[in-house]
Design a protein around this ligand. Structure first.
Ligand code: CA
Ligand code: CA
Ligand code: CA
Ligand code: CA
Length: 317
């Protein structure tokens, strides 16, 4: 399981007692807000621009059809005036990040890594409210939108923010720091003050290393004869590879089937013609498969091991 629960807010009693504090009932089975940085360009900022980072903590690819991020000041209600629509059909693989470059407050700091999207929202360096919304229409002018308004994830950051998930807002960052979701983005207990920490900004984009969350089903992925450990089925198909199943690993290497010279997944008499062709200088579907004795060349030394493999009639891993 993921390190997340579908935490329900503590409900009417809390809302009554804390009249200004709202709690969004956001559920995030896939895409979450994983980082917010609002100090871009300000004095002491390490980066020139603000940014918001999204992340797929699920175990399947997910496409955001016409989603948006919408920002309001820490006690504000004007979400729609700071809205950025994410291009429809934007897909994130499990463990993939998405970097949205936003406004700049000055000339301090270096450029962000290549953003996946650019907008002009201007989140505060220290406190604010940001919603990830599953539609592009503007949120109503209210303190705390919730799932009924299409909010799929929400962060209130800074002690005075009056809308957040769970028991309290995420801690307040500053010009040189951001709020980051724990475990590389994997932790979503719908409790902003536990799920987020103030740390140095760490902008990650769709080209950054994937960080598949614990609990995602992974296995070995063969891209031609190269084996990759720990890939989800979706990631493997994105790589154009063949997924070998849940829990499989690259040891022993499932991507090479020495003797399966015609690459049909079984070692049998149908491989003989392909083997002879490869011996004669033809280009096989897989040189590794025809190099039965694994010495880097296809030659007469492969004949005996090939015959031996044929006689056992092995199914490839
Ligand atoms: Ca800012
Ligand atoms: Ca959440
Ligand atoms: Ca074969
Ligand atoms: Ca050989």
């Amino acid at each position: 399981m993921f390190l997340r629960t579908r935490g329900r807010a503590s409900g009417c009693l809390t809302l009554t007692l804390l009249a200004i504090a709202g709690t969004a009932l956001a559920q995030s089975p896939n895409i979450v807000i994983s980082q917010v940085y609002g100090g871009g360009g300000n004095s002491g900022a390490p980066y020139r621009n603000d940014f918001v980072e999204l992340f797929n903590l699920g175990d399947a690819a997910f496409t955001m059809p016409d989603w948006s991020i919408q920002y309001a000041s820490f006690t504000g209600t004007s979400w729609g005036s700071q809205k950025l629509v994410i291009p429809s059909a934007t897909t994130l693989q499990p463990g993939q990040y998405y970097l949205i470059q936003l406004a700049s407050g000055g000339s301090s700091g270096v450029a962000l890594p290549t953003p996946d999207l650019i907008g002009n929202l201007d989140p505060s360096a220290t406190r604010g409210k940001l919603a990830l919304v599953n539609r592009s229409t503007s949120l109503p002018a209210i303190t705390c939108p919730d799932a009924g308004h299409g909010v799929v994830d929400l962060i209130g950051y800074g002690a005075a923010a009056n809308c957040f998930e769970g028991d309290g807002p995420a801690p307040g960052p500053a010009n040189a720091t951001a709020v980051l979701r724990a475990d590389g983005g994997c932790t979503d207990t719908d409790n902003n003050n536990l799920d987020f920490s103030v740390l140095a900004p760490d902008p990650r984009n769709t080209s950054s290393a994937f960080h598949v969350c614990p609990g995602a089903v992974t296995g070995a992925c063969c891209v031609d004869t190269t084996c990759y450990n720990g890939r989800t089925q979706a990631q493997c198909s994105q790589l154009g590879g063949v997924w070998k199943g849940a829990g499989t690993t690259c040891t022993p290497d499932p991507c090479v089937c020495r003797g399966d010279c015609n690459c049909d997944g079984i070692i049998d008499f149908d491989d003989i013609n392909a083997f002879v062709a490869a011996m004669s200088g033809g280009t096989p579907c897989s040189a590794e498969n025809c190099d039965v004795n694994n010495d880097g060349v296809i030659d007469f030394d492969d004949i005996n091991p090939f015959v031996e493999a044929l006689s056992t009639g092995t199914l490839c891993p």
